[in-house]
Design a protein around this ligand. Structure first.
Ligand code: NAD
Ligand code: IPM
Ligand code: MN
Length: 344
């Protein structure tokens, strides 16, 4: 029996996670217990709590976490994003933030020249360091002399392990290519560490092709030539930005799934859509649950249910292929259709 902790969170997080749970229920009947945790804006307003230590300890006892989205306009920016989402990624040492990008058959890209099937890459985004984990401070707040600093933290251990993971993934893929993305021409401290770690790991993978791109160029190529990528490895913030671009060119943020993975399995990994709580459409039944359902597929695969994971992604592929442009379905309707397709 797999024990999944569910953190639906805020806004459309609750709507899309409900659909992912419908699908999990159908594909693994009676084999999963899903325990819902009430975390996010509502709890914060009710109790002032973001992620109590006791809850963190309970979450640690699960096989995996399914998360919807966190963040709400009524809560100061960062309180939930840092205090809940990043705290989970850090506490559970989820250093591989895996974000697959695929242009599914039936889906159209805003890029006129790209056909379905031509884009198929994964971004291995570092998940525990960088600007997300560094120190920062403000001096002379609210004066004309105000100074704000935000430091990027990069450790040899942290950088090397995520690069090694990316090479390992590339070795298991057909094209066997890793692109390192950074900004070594300006960020000469962190950039140098990333380059040297990349060169060192590369020596252990002689059959993997490598390239390096500055992040600004990578942002351009993701739009002009997304087909060129196989595995992209990059730091936390660059990976955050690039994966929204990657989502945009592969049918939109409503389809983009991710896994925050702890490869050692010492702590649970977490699976979540790349998108946020989308306050602009929350509560309206307009959110596309496909990103959450594909995240559930990654979760199933991580727990060793490869066949079930494939059945879910095949149901998504069929669903996307059957969509009529300009006639969006409602969130629950998509969930029902996917659950029915998986059951069939
Ligand atoms: P967002 O991803 O929530 O929304 C960006 C745009 O994409 C919006 O127009 C939204 O309507 C649309 N969108 C997002 N998901 C969609 C879906 N499934 N179907 C259809 N349209 C979808 O990003 P944002 O507006 O920058 O952030 C909103 C809040 O979410 C903020 O509080 C932010 O901090 C938080 N956030 C959380 C996560 C997370 O929990 N992993 C990720 C990103 C943003
Ligand atoms: C994401 C989000 C998060 C991130 C925020 C909400 C902390 O944008 O999962 O992509 O920057 O990692
Ligand atoms: Mn993001």
């Amino acid at each position: 029996m797999a024990r999944i902790a569910v953190v639906a969170g805020d806004g459309i997080g609750t709507e899309v996670v409900a659909q992912a749970l419908k699908v999990i229920d159908v594909v693994l009947p009676g084999e999963v217990t899903a325990t819902e945790y009430d975390l996010g804006a509502a709890r914060y307003h009710r109790t002032g709590e973001v992620l109590p230590d006791s809850v963190l300890a309970e979450l640690a006892e699960h096989d995996a976490i399914l998360l919807g989205a966190v963040g709400d306009p009524t809560v100061p920016p960062g309180v939930l994003e840092r205090g809940l989402l990043l705290k989970l990624r850090f506490a559970f040492d989820q250093y591989v933030n895996l974000r697959p990008s695929r242009l599914w058959p039936g889906t159209s890209s805003p890029l006129a020249h790209v056909k379905p099937g031509e884009i198929d890459f994964v971004v291995v985004r570092e998940g525990t360091e960088g600007l997300y984990a560094g120190a920062g401070g403000t001096l002379h707040r609210d004066t004309p002399a105000e100074v704000a600093t935000e430091e990027s933290l990069n450790t040899r251990h942290g950088v090397e392990r995520v690069i090694r993971d990316a090479f390992g993934r590339a070795q298991r893929r057909e094209r066997r290519k890793v692109t390192l993305v950074h900004k070594t021409n300006v960020l000469t401290h962190a950039g140098s560490l990333w380059s040297r770690a990349f060169e060192a790991v590369k020596a252990d993978f002689p059959d993997v092709e490598t390239e390096y791109q500055h992040v600004d160029a990578a942002a351009m190529y993701l739009v002009t030539q997304p087909q060129r990528y196989d595995v992209v490895v990059t730091d936390n913030l660059f990976g955050d930005i690039l994966t929204d671009i990657a989502a945009a060119v592969t049918g939109g943020i409503g389809l983009a799934a991710s896994g925050c993975i702890n490869p050692s399995r010492e702590f649970p990994s977490m699976f979540e859509p790349v998108h946020g709580s989308a306050p602009d459409i929350a509560g309206k039944g307009l959110a596309d649950p496909v990103a959450a359902v594909l995240s559930a597929s990654l979760l199933l695969d991580h727990l060793g249910h490869a066949d079930e994971a494939r059945r879910v992604s095949e149901a998504v592929a069929a669903e996307l292929a059957s969509r009529t442009p300009g006639a969006p379905l409602r969130t629950a309707e998509v969930g029902d259709r996917l659950a029915a397709a998986v059951a069939a």
